[in-house]
Design a protein around this ligand. Sequence first.
Ligand code: MN
Length: 505
Amino acid sequence: MKRGELLTLAETHYNEEQLLELEYAIDFASNAHSRQKRKSGEPYIVHPLAVAGILAKWDMDIDTVIAGVLHDTVEDTGVTLEQIESLFGRDVAFLVDGVTKVGQARAGMKNLESYLPQTKDNLSKLLIAVGKDVRVIIIKLADRLHNMRTLEHMSREKQKKIARETMEVFAPLADRLNMGRVRVQLEELSFRYLTPKDFSRTKALLDSHLKKSQRKLARVRNEVARKLTEEGITFEMDGRVKSVYSLFKKLDRYDGDIDQIHDLIALRIITNDLDDCYLVLGVLHDLYTPLFERIKDYVALPKANGYQSLHTTVQTNTGQIVEFQVRTREMHDYAERGLAASFHYNEQKMTDAYKKRHMAELPEHLHWIRDLQETAAKAGKNTVIDSKKFRMNLFHDRIFVYSPKGDIWDLPYGAYPLDFAYRVHSDVAARTSGFRVNGAMKPFSYKLKHGDTVEILTSKNASPKAEWKEYIITAHAKDKLRLQLSRQNRNLIEKFAGRLRIRSK
Ligand code: MN
């Protein structure tokens, strides 16, 4: 990205005074990096400008964008933090310092890992290092995104190494912050470089199936749009195509059978308010046959990262199975941009009434978002920031555990292996016969520790048991288990009733 492009982009986001400061930062950084080049041969400054451009597109506050411009100066040039503080203020200096320290923490971590190859909790170490201000993490994500986009200039070995780190650390981090769009971009790029053959095979499979389903879907889309308009509901509708990586992961669970996967394209309906979401759901279920077991109410029960939406899968008269995602504009924005969106909403409409209305609904495990927003709102008003309040430890109540394949899952502190199993997949959980943690058998009552690698052992004959209630703490696992137990009871009663009928004949 060039100076002029960034300034044009920024014009639509920031005021005159802020733009002047940005311009000054660009000149300062260009000068500092003037003798450096990127691997691509371009002047180094294109990278920090691209990072700042990404941050502006995410609607971050001007301090964050300026820190994006300056993010590599202290680490890579002779510029000092004191200089930055005197020229751009304490907030910008604080952010640049944070980004620099994350870099250093990561370097230190790598040394540690070479001594202790079994140390796997690199993610949390990174987080602890940057836990002070969440905007530091957001700058790091923008930095990583641009580095991934320009990875073609690196050696094959470096590409793989950076892609693996992105997959293991940065994509889960984006997910934790509910930055859905960033997570998908990071995963797609990493997947492409990590296992290019899997990537191109899966992509070809997806593309060929998309052609078929897109045609059929157009009819459903028109039908739904007509009905919603008839009902006087204001809405927007678009199609969301499954990412190549997420398809790859799902295919693994369905023995590679793409016909079993019903959400290659989901239709997304965005409404003005929550009441309309439920109205839309009613219309959909009126029009088509809902597959009841597949309704997911993430509004009443948001995902751990705060994601909210209503998901339903229906079957049309012609037998086509379609997934719908229904949400408000605000939920949509938050699902796509996550934490970054919360900064935007902060500045736009963080009135007290708004705060009360929305924050009161947040479940306890999401209070960190409220804390964050309050802090950011204060920062936005340019009041003096209490550095202790600003020090946010987003992850203090969570632990991170690993699947044998190395996928990272976060769970609340005190979770049991069954909580993990239900997080991974409720069908798998239902067939659990035992657990192996870090290679050793553990009872259901074992409390998971940070960094544990958990393997779920299953057997065809295993089934959910009422006693399991004592060995789960997450709401998600409790819901799923309750559902499975009641279904199991119903089956028993039906079987029993069937036998009685036979006997009485
Ligand atoms: Mn950088």
